[in-house]
Write a protein of this length. Structure first.
Length: 435
């Protein structure tokens, strides 16, 4: 985790003290269940809670023990025994390290998902507000980076809103999929521990019992979780790149907010650069970088190995912390985005009416011209305009072959900007409902 791109709420989920507290809760809830089943004394379970519930675990001490034992869970249990006393011998009865590690990881991932879902709500709220603000602000739509036909800036934002709505649905599903608990012992057979212990711990930790584990919780669950984060990151980058293009000097249809005292370049005082959008592009790449190891972690030897462990120690914190920061940054970027409708109109008019070429093409076919001939007639009038040698409407009116099919008034009718925007309301209702 890099402090520069870390918010404290998400970072706290991955702090050692939080991790050890979750480990303790798993062990203590398991002790409660074991006590109810008569496997350990009830007083022992009570003592575990009484002596360690409010304890601050000594991270340095645990690290010291681990340097000798070379085992993190044993190091924690040894330190827990130092706090609890003799009754600690009843902790971890019939359990294996993965029961603690995997269940803890899933608790952390579900908590991280909850923060990310709240982040997505912020992005969605910002997109919706700005989409309605610019619902009918005309701008040029581009394909291959080239002027195509008119759209509205509101539609661009509505598209992003729909995309992040899908992202939210996927993350809800991924959260549910990863929210499982395994307290099944070595190789997952429950030979040394009753399945009812797992059910008790799962309920206490807000998880569902893993239907079948092999000492580890199946990593296809985690692969789906991190893949979902990767897809969300791609959506972040898509809108970031759109803003970067719109802020180019030659376009300047929108730009990032530039605060008083902000500097754009150490060398050129005039610069106002899309640094936030570029930052989001880089952060998105890092989140996606963890998708591949998550997929590779699905493949473990037999019932268990730890080839996944080292990767998860990095990818769990890094992917969630980075995406959390990126989503909050994106929400702020959208909220403060500077929009220039006049420049959008200027760019719309840049090609002298060529954006209406398809309407003219279709009008010709409706009047009896073959599609091939209509295309030829429109294109031969469009290409001079493309080269800066005239106005499309004027050239069409002068073309004798075009005039065989269309009157001046019928040609002019095809240059109505409003025609392209007549279904904006319909699209908005599909995206936002009736609001």
């Amino acid at each position: 985790m890099i402090p520069r791109y870390t918010r404290p709420e998400m970072a706290s989920i991955w702090e050692p003290q939080t991790r050890f507290k979750i480990w303790f809760e798993i062990e203590a809830h398991a002790a409660d269940a074991l006590a109810e089943l008569g496997t350990i004394p009830k007083e022992a379970a009570k003592t575990v809670w009484a002596k360690a519930k409010n304890a601050t675990f000594d991270v340095a001490r645990i690290d010291e023990i681990e340097r000798e034992t070379k085992h993190d869970v044993i190091a924690f249990l040894t330190h827990l025994a130092e706090i609890v006393g003799p009754e600690a011998r009843f902790v971890h009865q019939g359990m294996t390290s993965s029961d603690v590690l995997d269940t803890c990881l899933n608790v952390q991932l579900t908590r991280a998902a909850d923060l990310l879902l709240a982040d997505l709500d912020k992005v969605l709220a910002a997109l919706k507000k700005r989409a309605f603000e610019h619902k009918m602000t005309p701008t040029i739509g581009r394909s291959h980076g080239i002027h195509a036909e008119p759209v509205t800036f509101g539609l661009k934002l509505a598209y992003a809103y729909a995309e992040f709505s899908r992202a939210k649905e996927r993350l809800i599903a991924a959260r549910k999929e990863v929210a499982t608990c395994a307290i099944s012992g070595a190789v997952g057979t429950f030979a040394q521990i009753d399945p009812r212990v797992e059910e008790h711990v799962a309920k206490a930790m807000g998880l569902a019992p893993e239907p079948i584990s092999t000492q580890v919780i199946p990593r296809d669950r985690h692969a789906m979780y991190f893949s979902t984060l990767g897809v969300i990151a791609s959506s972040v980058e898509r809108i970031a790149v759109e803003i970067r293009h719109m802020q180019r000097t030659e376009v300047l249809e929108a730009e990032e907010f530039f605060s008083e005292g902000q500097k754009g370049s150490s060398a050129m005082p005039h610069k106002r650069n899309p640094v936030l959008s570029e930052n989001l592009t880089g952060l998105s790449r890092m989140v996606r970088a963890y998708v591949t190891p998550a997929l590779e972690n699905v493949v473990l030897w037999h019932e268990r190995d730890i080839s996944h462990s080292s990767a998860e120690r990095m990818m769990g914190p890094d992917a969630t912390v980075t995406l959390d920061f990126a989503l909050v940054r994106l929400a702020g970027l959208i909220e403060k985005l500077l929009v220039y409708p006049a420049n959008m109109q200027k760019n719309l008019d840049r090609l002298g009416g060529l954006v209406h070429s398809q309407r003219v093409l279709l009008a010709l076919t409706q009047k009896g011209a073959s599609r091939e001939n209509a295309y030829k007639l429109v294109q031969r009038n469009a290409m001079p305009v493309w080269r800066g040698e005239g106005d499309f409407l004027v050239l069409l009116k002068k073309d004798a072959e075009v005039k065989k099919y269309l009157t001046d008034a019928e040609i002019e009718e095809q240059f109505d900007l409003g025609y392209h925007l007549k279904h904006v309301d319909t699209i908005f209702k599909r995206v936002f409902g009736e609001s």
